[in-house]
Design a binder for this molecule. Structure first.
Ligand SMILES: Cc1ncc(COP(=O)(O)O)c(C=O)c1O
Length: 390
């Protein structure tokens, strides 16, 4: 049995009280809780508009659609992300292009983004960056490039809600504030920093975009737009939309969890520091550079890098041995260009992504891990690696 999964939710008794209260309300969807949750999110992220929906995937699809992404357009993103970042663009019939990542951090590289944007044939309309594992991309530099090439910059911020980004002038902004992007997407899936069970949200400072997102979230239905007073039931649609609404029950959970976001970020940072103490002197393990700079990582994942090839170690073997000791681990992610659905004939050079893929391993990271747990996991890992080297 897995005693320490690589991620797990933390639902407190206050969360349960909030959910039970929501279930006793007259409205189980489209009520007051979603509005309050959206207001709370806007305050927490210091942004004008928050639009809650029923998954991070829905959030991305709504953003892409509302920005007008369509057949013949392109989006540029990272291959080292969860499928949803790219799939949501395929749902718009757009072409998905990938830009290689830094083999050490797994993050997109501004210069390589620019290389791709120079190719006008690709018709790239949107660049979607991912703050992988909670490590923040170079927002300042990337936003200058996307402006230069007149593309929308979208942050897939599912791994980094409320994380702090420091500019070169030592100013700070929060991920979610959309200071550099047109919109940010978040997932409130069960294993994210805060959860709605399943859920997500979009933040944006663009009021027009916010209106479009809200309409598309609910079939693009406009109620009594024409003020037909003798037909109070009247509604109409001018374009396609979806049912991406979140129930009041899910929103009650998310809203209650959001109250603890700052605490959750601090706790995760402390757990990362405990791991660092246990593992940093161990020769075979490296960490992504700058991962431990204070307040610069939202620590969705605790990623270690091991040169499995160099040390003649088998990652699958290590994962299975950890599992025997009740420890879950995971690889984030299989490069999307290697998925059969995305495989193209023109083989590009994605050495950074392949290297990052081959080296990374995510160890358990969640709010309720304590010092002893981290020690147990770290010691088990060190023993397994040492034994495997013989
Ligand atoms: C980077 C990233 N983007 C998008 C998503 C999709 O979110 P959801 O599972 O809520 O649809 C995830 C989920 O794991 C993710 O990690």
């Amino acid at each position: 049995m897995i005693k320490y999964p690589y991620a797990r939710p933390n639902v407190t008794s206050n969360d349960v009280i909030a959910v039970v209260k929501a279930m006793k309300n007259q409205f189980l969807t489209d009520g007051e809780i979603i509005k309050s949750f959206e207001n709370d999110l806007s305050k927490a992220f210091k942004v004008k508009n928050s639009i809650v929906c029923n998954s991070g995937t829905a959030a991305l699809h709504l953003i892409y659609k509302s920005l007008g992404l369509k057949k013949g357009d392109g989006i540029l993103t990272t291959p080292i992300t969860f499928l949803a970042t790219a799939n949501a663009a395929k749902m718009c019939d757009a072409n998905v292009y990938f830009s290689d990542v830094d083999p050490n951090t797994g993050l997109m590289i501004p210069e390589l983004i620019e290389e791709k944007l120079k190719n006008k044939k690709l018709k790239i309309k949107i660049v979607t960056i991912v703050h992988l594992g909670g490590r923040i991309c170079n927002l300042e530099k990337i936003s200058i490039i996307t402006k230069k090439y007149k593309c929308f910059l979208v942050e897939d911020a599912c791994h980094a809600p409320g994380a702090i980004y420091k500019t070169r002038n030592k100013q700070t902004t929060r991920v979610g504030s959309c200071k550099y992007s047109i919109a940010s997407s978040f997932s409130f899936h069960a294993i994210k920093h805060i959860t709605m069970g399943e859920g997500g949200c979009i933040t944006t400072n663009n009021d027009n975009l916010s209106k479009k997102l809200k309409l598309k979230r609910s079939h693009s239905m406009q109620k009594n737009k024409k003020n037909i007073f003798n037909k109070p039931w009247y509604y109409e649609i001018e374009e396609l939309g979806w049912n991406y609404r979140a129930s009041e029950i899910n929103c009650a959970l998310g809203r209650s969890q959001l109250k603890r976001l700052s605490k959750i970020l601090k706790t995760r940072e402390k757990i990362a520091e405990l791991y660092y103490k246990e593992l940093h002197k161990f020769k075979y393990i490296e960490f992504p550079k700058n991962a431990f700079k204070p307040n610069s990582n939202a620590w969705h994942l605790f990623t270690i890098l091991i040169d499995f090839k160099k040390y003649n170690l088998k990652r699958s073997n290590i994962i299975m041995q950890l599992e025997k000791k009740g420890i879950g681990s995971q690889v984030h992610y299989i490069p999307i260009f290697n998925q059969p659905f995305y495989k193209t004939k023109n083989k590009e050079n994605f050495n950074g992504s392949l290297e990052y893929y081959e080296k990374n391993l995510s160890l358990p990271m969640y709010e309720t891990l304590n010092r002893e747990n981290v020690k147990f996991i770290s010691n088990a890992l060190k023993k397994i690696i040492t034994k495997s080297l013989k």
